[in-house]
Design a protein around this ligand. Sequence first.
Ligand code: DGY
Length: 326
Amino acid sequence: MSQPKVFITRRLPTKLEPLRQIATIEVWEKRQPPPYEVLLEKVKAIDGLLCLLTDRIDLQLIKAAGTSFKVISQMAVGYDNIDISAATAHKIPIGHTPGVLTDATADLTWALLMASARRVVEADRFTRAGQWRTWEPDLLLGPNITGATLGIVGFGRIGQAVARRAKGFDMQIFYTSNHKCEPELEKLLGVEFTTFDSLLQKSDFVTIHTPLSEETYHLFGDRQFELMKQSAILINTARGAIVNPEALYQALSSGQIAGAAIDVTDPEPIPTDSPLLSLDNLIITPHIGSASLQTREKMANMAIANLIAGLEGERLPHCVNPEVYL
Ligand code: DGY
């Protein structure tokens, strides 16, 4: 019997041996993702697809894959690039990689929060530009982090991991979410539930940890920035499209809020002529929330494990759409 065929949309930071033993693999070797039209060709008659958040997986693509298609395995926890209902309608399970990137993403959130408050990137640019002439009492001042108020929007694994870090900085921590946590967990993390609007009004730092959905698309717009303190700093390590980029530019350039640090943009990558790139009070990193060596290897291994399970007709260890098994 011939081996199942698998297409992997980029080189992965792990060994493919376990997969090679059971499948014929094609890996897209280029740095840029396969263009959609190419992907449509590549998926023809495959059994499994291992994809990334940069690949659009829609109904047309699922149909193009044909009747042998058994599994989509995404190397990411987020899956807003995949048409879940189309995959579910075709009984295709979708794998993803929750849990393993929680701490790495919370760490980057913390790095951005601290770098933004203490103006680390600006200070580095200042020094390299030869502007460090002497110690100055009012040079590059920023707000305190210790003791400040933190607002966490979305309180899943990553939001909670950020709260654990904030606790170590004696912060007053508010969160908002579709689900209020059990009182025991709130007590353990030292957090208080509040509404989205009141969180925006109270927080010195606001950090986003909610998935992108129809409900959260451009959740941050003019009105939300108007509610925030003028001294507030916004951090986004979730998905770029949760924040309206024009409203963000307006808020930062007018001094409506003090600063922002974002690891994700709308669109991605950020266009090189985006006005956001001209702002000194904005730090932008290229979607590296999960980019620790250990985390990326674990994500790749998890994606391979999901893929193998799907190819072998077993339930995926981490499945986005378990309805396919009903
Ligand atoms: C994810 O997993 O969804 C991140 O955005 C990339 O690691």
